[in-house]
Design a protein around this ligand. Structure first.
Ligand code: GLY
Ligand code: MN
Ligand code: MN
Length: 439
């Protein structure tokens, strides 16, 4: 817990919020899986970004210029019985001492205390519509204050979403955040390497998933940033295939899209390789097209370039490649204009990456693509998908689905690929799968 880092973030947000304002930031609700079993709890990303507080049932309140402390945390109290059953709690003292809250109150007292804090505040920063039950409570508190205006208090007039200020902050990663993403990326790269080494015909997709998760866990990444995609053969052409239950067949390709989450930060890697360790002629040709497109796209990630430049570069390289392969016919310029590539490449080339795998941050500012700046992290992930029986597609391409995805940090002079340890050159992959090089 880097208490200074979190304090810095809160201070920056409060400076932007200004006087006479207040922010209310609840963590994520607990979700029930069945009867007494809950889904694994993960704090809300905005909440965790500002507090580093990992427990469930908590609400952070930020009140710039408040005399008795600007950062108030409502959270669970110590409770020996509950702690015996369900695990330790920091309690109110821990909220102050470990997590740096200026003041801490029991979460049960929220309805009682919060309306008083709202008095004489002009603006409430709160993100509506992510938890409708909590929305109603917030509105209830405001109504309570409104009823008291005749006693001389002022009720807040303005509701402002927190997303604008906060998500803008989250888009630019600090050194602390970059270190966490780098670690997640390294763990995921090691997992992909292991998957390549272990892979052989006759295994099941879920056995490869097990290897990925094993490496994540062994390195302290207790969660996947998203459900791993392990799709072989026809399944490699389903973009978000997660059943992972088919047997791996000799001659098929295997597409893996899997990334670990480390200390709340995501990584996101895709690699595609032949189940038997050797690319066929068609698999290799198609693969080289995607790899070329990916390298061309990564090359466009640098300060001053805009968000869509990597995508444009990928589209151009993929379309040229599809013509070279004989899959598309015509002039590249026209094929791009008519979006002919979209039959085989139907998704975008990347997204912001951070606490959330599809991280926050606007892609356009005032109608224009955003310009890259140091500290931003994004994925670059072009692909080509050739499902069987696609009209007009020669049979030799059927069931080849390829995506190559890396995580890229924008640096002062260009970029750094954080997932560089996961092999992606054909020769590297074949060597690793032949056990010619050590893990
Ligand atoms: N793993 C989801 C994505 O690549 O966007
Ligand atoms: Mn991705
Ligand atoms: Mn992915």
């Amino acid at each position: 817990m880097n208490i200074k880092e979190y304090r810095r973030r809160r201070k920056k947000l409060m400076d932007m919020m200004g006087h006479e304002s207040m922010a209310i930031i609840p963590t994520a609700p607990v979700r029930v899986r069945n009867r007494d079993v809950e889904y694994p709890f993960r704090p809300d990303s905005d909440f965790y970004y500002l507090t580093g507080y990992p427990e469930q049932e908590a609400v952070a309140v930020l009140i710039p210029d408040r005399h008795h402390g600007e950062y108030v945390l409502f959270c669970r109290e110590n409770d020996p019985v509950m702690e015996t059953w369900n695990g330790r709690r920091a309690g109110l003292e821990g909220a102050r001492e470990i997590y740096g809250a200026d003041d801490a109150f029991p979460i049960e007292d929220l309805d009682e205390i919060l309306p008083g804090m709202l008095e004489d505040r002009e603006r409430i920063f709160y993100t509506m519509a992510s938890d409708t039950v909590f929305d109603q409570r917030v509105l209830g508190w405001v109504n309570q204050v409104r009823k008291r205006v005749r006693t001389g208090v002022n009720a807040p007039e303005e509701f402002i979403s927190l997303t604008h200020f906060l998500h803008e902050m989250r888009l630019y990663k600090s050194r602390y955040e970059i270190a966490a993403i780098r670690k997640a990326a390294r763990i995921s790269a090691a997992a992909h390497k292991r998957a390549m080494q272990i892979c052989r015909p006759g295994l099941y997709e879920y056995q490869i998933e097990a290897e990925l998760r094993y490496v994540f866990m062994q390195h302290g990444a207790r969660h996947s940033a998203y459900p791993p995609i392990v799709g072989s053969g026809a399944n490699s052409c389903i973009l978000h295939y997660t059943e992972n239950r088919e047997k791996l067949k000799d001659g098929d390709m295997l597409l893996i899209d899997a990334g670990s989450e480390y200390e709340g930060y995501a990584s996101d890697i895709s690699r595609t390789f032949p189940v038997n360790g050797t690319f066929s002629k068609e698999q290799r040709e198609a693969y080289e097209v995607v790899l070329g497109a990916q390298l061309a796209a990564i090359n466009k990630v640098r300060p001053g370039n805009h968000w869509n430049e990597p995508h444009d570069a990928a589209i151009r390289a993929l379309t040229e490649g599809l013509v070279d392969l004989g899959v598309l016919k015509g002039r590249v310029r026209n094929l791009i204009k008519e979006q002919s590539y979209a039959t085989y490449y139907m998704h975008r080339t990347g997204h912001w990456l951070g606490m959330d795998v599809h991280d926050v941050g606007e892609y356009k500012v005032e109608g224009e693509w955003r310009t890259f700046a140091p500290g931003m992290v994004l994925t670059v992930e072009p692909g080509l998908y050739f499902p069987a029986r696609t009209k007009g597609l020669a049979k030799k391409w059927w069931n080849i689905g390829i995506r190559i995805e890396d995580d890229v940090l924008v640096t002062d002079n260009g970029n750094e690929v954080l997932t560089i340890d996961a092999p992606k050159q054909v020769e590297e992959i074949e060597k690793l799968m032949a056990h010619e090089i050590a893990a």
